[in-house]
Design a protein around this ligand. Sequence first.
Ligand code: KIV
Length: 271
Amino acid sequence: MMNIFDFNKKKAAGEKLTMVTCYDYTSAQLVNKSEIDCILVGDSLAMTMHGFPSTVHATVDMMAMHTAAVARGAKDKFIVGDLPFLAYRKSLTENVNAVQAIMQAGAHAVKLEGASGNTGFIQHLADSGVPVMGHIGLTPQFVHLLGGYHVQGKTDESAKRLMEEAYALQQAGCFSLVLECVPTELATQITKELKVATIGIGAGPNTDGQVLVFQDLLGLNTDFKPKFVKKFMNGADLVTAALDDYHNAVTTGAFPDAEHSFGSKKLAKTA
Ligand code: KIV
């Protein structure tokens, strides 16, 4: 299993890092068998697993429960657990309790969104033995403040702000940063300037690594088609076809057949 130092080792060696979100035991077993470097139990689970309209609906209990399921299935992977909406904007005790719940559920690091107001807490976590991944650019927990899901850092002013946030998070002790939906040139510059590894999603080809949502890359989510997602299989069609095959086999009497049924000695007549 990789550890936080491997993020920087890979960056230094020019080797790309691969990360995928994962939320449940069965999927975690599949990711565990793959060559993917690490797993994010993202708060996107509020949408992909629970059908909510945004990540604002994720809670610490949800995050801890899904992290525990993933940790049981992916014993060989480095797991980052998201701190959900507002869970790190309360009292120090409540913030630390949220982190404790996610780390004790099986995460090896936590991720939180934004820099402003978070650097003191990140420093506190780093001093307490908790590795922190930062997340800037399009930060979905800010969807209502951002007025929707838009590419960030397009103007000189917002690009400068993102660069400052990246430096602030590195300085606070983040071992790595997610850059979400930022122009390629800006992501490239942040990646070049920072010592810590950057993981992109909608940030172009030059970040130190990439992350995608499990359901998106497997084409399971037919409603969501952002520019940055590539479907590596057409999962929705494959799964629906298999379900229809099953339905047809049952309704035509082709399944269950003898091969899938249990034999027994002939029963004696009961009457
Ligand atoms: O929750 C999530 O899936 C994420 C990734 C999109 C980076 O934060």
